[in-house]
Structures are given as structure tokens and as C-alpha cells.
Write a protein that binds this ligand. Structure first.
Ligand code: AMP
Ligand code: MG
Length: 409
């Protein structure tokens, strides 16, 4: 019998066999979701100038030393400035200036007093308490200094990073190319979602799972093809897709059946790195190079294909797309019901993980048959059951890999 590779060894092989793609300089408006290809070093301080953190009054703190409710300090109001204005007056002792949040600090002042601690009085303002120098002032460079490395190559541009790039005035940003993925589904039984089923047929669902999973990794699906179970047809399609893409992902036809074209074509024509993994679900995974492109031959069963993608194709796409990190967050979870698992294989058990009363718990999302897509729709984690573990009792702890964290009810 052929020895199965462990998932860990298979992942190391995958990561060693795929390379980081090149980069491109793009306008700021299109880089959301992209991966930075260069460290971002600030050319300006943030904030760019000293400014007020409050709507209030700009004062000289020494003018308010003895201010209190009964004997307020009274200062002459010389000007009002909003964010975007620059004060015309230099403030001297006995004067104050009304200022809004974000307005530049006027020359001469050293503190901001919030409105709540003041009382207007005609042309003057009464201050009801003392102030300390520096109160409510945001200093230039207090968030980011000029020359500071703010973001690193390999970081994803999410909301905060996109906003930060805008704050820095980064009108163009060097980002990694998105891996162009080709998806090929195989199977004579498959029909499109809008075609009524004839006996023996099912709707193709894997192409949608793969497309979504690939896009979630920042990849773009450059080509999508369907193929029956003929090896000649599959080889032709594979050649065409390889020519257009950086990486190819196939579904089905890679197992031990009579009509498994992916297995036959890759075995005979490609450089195969591994086939069959000691894991459940997702044992029949073939990883190869065909015409210089990495090809993931993933299983056909709808859960197997998703789990195999998660374990191997996802890290590969993230690495190719320049990400620094591809490990999922893992948390120890308490099982709500007992779990049996086969010896000698790592099992990835679909589960719903939630945090309750300060601890993480997991309920298994149903029968673990690899065709049961419904259990995947109710899972936000894969419990990782090591090969030597055959039973875990309710209340015991296992590690959960968080694969999708939507809002919880
Ligand atoms: P295979 O690996 O080709 O033997 O397929 C294993 C199982 O997965 C079979 O029951 C197939 O009908 C099913 N299957 C294969 N490809 C797809 C697909 N694209 N969408 C839904 N089910 C599929
Ligand atoms: Mg098939």
C-alpha cells in the first residue's frame, strides 16, 4: 500500500514549491484587499501639525492658575477657528481663541480648555478651572513620526491600512499581483445551477466553493472551465488553463475510480509532488507541476474539496500573493459532545465554535460524511483531531482552527 503523506509534510511541500509573484504600482483607490509589496515609510508626520483634540478654547495655561467656579479667570476672545483654518492672531496673555477639533494650534497658546469648563460672557470667556500645559493638544508626529515604518510588506490593506495610506498621502501603492487562478471542475454527472436535473445528475457546487475560497485569499479567478471525465478533454483544457493562469485548481477525478482524468493526466504528464494525504476528509489530493504551473488536484466531494483547499491551496495562494502570514487562528475549545476519529489520520471536524461565559466551546455541526455540504454551512471552524486520537469525550479540549468568523446569534 502506498504510504500517505501527513498534512504537515504536504503543506511544507506545497509552500516550498510555489513562489511569490511580482508586484505592481496601483492607484490608492483600488488597493483595498491587496497585499503590500513594500514597507510603507511615512514621508510626513501624523498629525502633520499640532492641533486641538477638542472643541474648546486655546489658552495660555499660566493665565488660568487661580481659576475656579466662584472666581473664574476671564480672557478676551480674539478669534474663532475651525478645522482647516489657520489663526490670524498670535495669542498673548489675557487672550483666548475659540477653536474646533482638528484646527491647528495658534501661536502662543499651550493648552486647550474644553467648552464644558467655560462660560461665555460677551466678548470674553470665563474659565472655571485651571489648565495644564499640553492639555488636549495633539502634537505633530504623535501618531506617526516622519520616516517611521508604518505598514510592512506582506500586510493586507484592510480598512485601517487603506485609511492609513490615505492619511500618508500615498496616492500610488506597490502591491503584489493577485494570483490568477484557473478552476477546472470534472465530472460527467455535473450540470449548471440553472439546469433541471435529469436522473443521475447533480448541480456543480464545487466551482462556487472554490471561486469564493480563492477570492477570499485575494486571488482572481482568471479562467473557469468544466470538463467531463475524458482524459483527452481534460488534458486539452488543462493546457489552455495553465497558459492563462499562475495556478490551477481542479475538483474531482483524482481518486481511485475508473473515470478519474485528473489522476491519469497528472500522473502521466506532470511532475507529481504528492498524492493522497493521511487526513479526513480530503485524502485524494494530488499536487503537481504541469507546464511550469502548480496544479492542485482536489477531491470531488463538496466538503473534501473545501477542507483540502483550506489546508493546501489557501496557504499557497496567500504565499504567492505576497502575504507574510497564512496560519489560521487556533483556539482550544471544549467539546459539547463526544467525538470518535479514525486512527492514523488527522481529522478535520466541522464545528460551530462560540465563546460562552469566558470559555470557547464547540458543537460538531453534524454527520461528518464528506459529501454533506450542509454541515459546512453550519461550521465556522475545523477541529483538528491528531492521528493518534481516536476518541475525545464531551468536556475535553481540542484545538479549533477558525475558518470563518461571521457574527454570532
Ligand atoms: P470524484 O472525486 O470525481 O469521484 O467525485 C466524488 C464525489 O463528488 C461524487 O459524488 C461527485 O458527484 C461529487 N462531485 C464531484 N465534483 C463535484 C462538483 N463540482 N460539485 C458537486 N459535487 C461534485
Ligand atoms: Mg468524478
Amino acid at each position: 500500500m502506498q504510504t500517505l503523506v501527513t498534512p504537515e509534510a504536504a503543506l511544507s511541500t506545497v509552500l516550498a514549491q510555489v513562489s511569490v509573484l511580482g508586484s505592481e504600482k496601483l492607484p490608492h483607490k483600488v488597493v483595498l484587499g491587496r497585499t503590500l509589496a513594500q514597507d510603507v515609510v511615512s514621508e510626513i508626520p501624523l498629525p502633520p501639525f499640532d492641533n486641538s483634540a477638542m472643541d474648546g478654547y486655546a489658552v495660555i495655561a499660566a493665565d488660568l492658575t487661580s481659576a475656579n467656579e466662584t472666581t473664574p479667570a476671564t480672557l478676551a476672545l480674539v478669534e474663532t477657528i475651525g478645522a482647516g483654518d489657520v489663526a490670524r492672531h498670535e495669542v498673548t496673555s489675557g487672550q483666548c481663541l475659540k477653536i474646533m477639533t482638528g484646527a491647528p494650534l495658534p501661536v502662543g497658546v499651550d493648552a486647550i480648555v474644553m467648552r464644558e469648563a467655560t462660560r461665555p460672557n460677551g466678548e470674553n470667556v470665563e474659565f472655571l478651572s485651571p489648565a495644564t500645559r499640553g492639555d488636549h493638544i495633539r502634537r505633530a508626529g504623535s501618531d506617526v513620526e516622519r520616516g517611521e515604518t508604518v505598514l510592512r510588506a506582506g500586510d493586507v490593506v484592510g480598512a485601517a491600512q487603506w485609511a492609513m495610506l490615505a492619511s500618508l498621502g500615498a496616492a500610488h501603492v506597490e502591491v503584489f499581483q493577485r494570483p490568477r487562478v484557473g478552476i477546472i471542475t470534472t465530472g460527467a454527472e455535473l450540470v449548471a445551477v440553472d439546469v433541471p436535473l435529469l436522473p443521475g445528475q447533480i448541480h456543480d457546487s464545487n466551482s462556487f466553493a472554490l471561486r469564493a475560497l480563492a477570492e477570499n485569499c485575494g486571488a482572481s479567478v482568471a479562467d473557469f472551465r468544466h470538463c467531463g471525465d475524458s482524459t483527452t478533454e481534460f488534458e486539452e483544457i488543462l493546457c489552455e488553463v495553465c497558459a492563462m493562469c499562475d495556478v490551477v485548481i481542479t475538483s474531482g477525478g483524482v481518486s481511485a475510480g475508473d473515470f478519474d482524468p485528473v489522476r491519469d493526466v497528472l500522473r502521466d504528464r506532470a511532475e507529481v509532488h504528492f498524492w493522497k494525504i493521511a487526513m479526513k476528509p480530503g485524502k485524494p489530493v494530488m499536487f503537481a507541476h504541469f507546464e511550469g504551473k502548480p496544479v492542485f488536484g482536489l477531491p470531488g466531494n463538496p466538503v473534501s474539496v473545501m477542507v483540502a483547499f483550506e489546508e493546501f491551496a489557501r496557504p499557497a495562494l496567500l504565499k504567492m500573493g505576497g502575504r507574510r502570514a497564512w496560519k489560521r487562528m487556533e483556539v482550544p475549545v471544549r467539546l459539547q459532545s463526544p467525538l470518535r476519529s479514525p486512527a492514523g489520520k488527522t481529522e478535520f471536524v466541522r464545528a460551530l465554535v462560540r465563546s460562552e461565559n469566558g470559555s470557547w466551546s464547540a458543537s460538531i455541526s453534524g454527520d461528518q460524511g464528506s459529501g454533506r455540504l450542509s454541515t459546512m454551512t453550519r461550521a465556522n471552524a475545523l477541529l483538528v483531531v491528531p492521528p493518534a486520537t481516536t476518541f475525545v469525550a464531551a468536556g475535553e479540549t481540542v484545538m479549533a482552527r477558525l475558518i470563518d468568523c461571521p457574527e454570532i446569534e
